[in-house]
Every structure is written in C-alpha cells, then in structure tokens.
Design a protein around this ligand. Structure first.
Ligand code: FE2
Ligand code: FE2
Length: 212
C-alpha cells in the first residue's frame, strides 16, 4: 500500500515536472528544423499573420504533449503507454521547431498554453482510461484533424514564408505517420459526436491562441 502511494506521488510529481518544463523551458528537438530555400524577409502584415498562425501551431503541440502524457498515464497496457510516450517525444520536435520559428518572426507563445495543457492532460487521462481501442482511436482522430488544420494554415500563409511552410509540411508528414501507427496498433473508430466535440474544442484553441 505504501509502495503504491509512493508510486502515485512519484508519477504525479513526474507529470508536474514535465508540464512545467513543456510550458517554460525551450523544447529540444532531435531533428534539425526542416530546411527551406531562403525566401524574402517577411514584413508587415505577412509577418504578423505568420507569427499568429505559428503561435496557434505551437499551442497545438503543447496540447499534443499533454494529451499523449495524460493518455500514457492511465493506459493499462505497458506497450500502449510506451508507444504514447514515444509519440510525445516525437512531438517535441514539432514544439521546438514552432518555438524557433516564432522567435525568428518576433512572435510569442500563447498566454493560454497552461490552460490548453491542463485541459488536454485531463482529456487524455480520461480517454486513456477508456481502453486501448478508444485511446488509439482518439490518437488517430486527433492526428487526422491536426493534418487537416495544418493544410489549412499552409493555404492561409504568405507564399514567401518558405521557412514556416517547410516546418508545417514536415509536421503534416509526421502527423499522418502518427495516425497510421495508431491505426496499426488497433485504433477503433470514435462515436460521431466525439469527433464533433473534438473539432469544436480545437476551434476554441485555434481562436484563443491566434489572438492571445
Ligand atoms: Fe505534432
Ligand atoms: Fe502527431
């Protein structure tokens, strides 16, 4: 009983430590920032719009970290928990790339990131407890929605912002792989209303992070 309490406290402290690091420390990527042909320096409205869009994408990656960590925490099968933690580590590259591009654009991260992290962690923990098929189904659906969101951003972004575009293209490629991996591990389709609720939540996050 005592060992179990210590384990739970260790787990909770580990998750709090991870959350603080994600929200405050610069992310470290294992892969270099996707290279792009140097475009003309972005000015004025195009730079401001790119910074806003990259702030939204950065917030999405903060939420992805929290979702994966929450799901891994309550996953019952060790192999599923390991796959989720591995995916969270890969998403760290996306976080680091978005951070770097935001700096280059003189942008800033969203002040709402702690809210997105806490909310996403809670949703992830709940979904993880619903079992393997549902948890992986949630990953597959999330990645599908993120892919479509990223393609939308590439349509909106100034053509000359080749650096942001190269990052978003590589992220899109990775998200498709994450979704395929979840499907191959046994993702189950989610009930239709869940997909709708996820889209509404993501719209709220997109709107909030774009402005704040
Ligand atoms: Fe990502
Ligand atoms: Fe992903």
């Amino acid at each position: 009983m005592q060992t179990r309490s210590f384990n739970l406290i260790d787990l909770a402290l580990g998750e709090i430590d991870k959350a603080i690091k994600t929200l405050t420390a610069p992310a470290r990527s294992s892969r270099a920032v996707p290279a792009a042909a140097e475009g003309a320096a972005l000015q004025g409205a195009a730079r401001v719009e790119s910074a806003r869009l990259m702030r939204v994408n950065h917030a999405g990656e903060v939420a992805a970290q929290a979702l994966y960590r929450g799901q891994a925490l309550t996953a019952r099968q060790p192999e599923v928990a390991a796959a989720l933690r591995h995916a969270a580590a890969e998403e760290t590259d996306h976080l680091a790339w978005c951070e770097q591009r935001l700096r280059e654009l003189n942008g800033r991260t969203s002040i709402l990131n702690p809210v997105w992290y806490a909310g996403s962690f809670a949703i992830g923990a709940l979904v993880g407890a619903l079992g393997r098929g549902t948890s992986l189904g949630f990953v597959a659906e999330t990645e599908r929605q993120v892919e479509s969101h990223l393609r939308g951003h590439m349509d909106r972004m100034a053509v000359q912002d080749t650096r942001s575009r190269a990052i978003l293209e590589q992220m899109t490629h990775d998200e498709v792989q994450h979704g395929a991996q979840a499907a191959s591990l046994g993702a189950r389709p989610l009930p239709f209303p869940v997909g709708v609720a996820m889209r509404l939540t993501s719209r709220l996050m997109t709107y909030g992070s774009y402005w704040l």
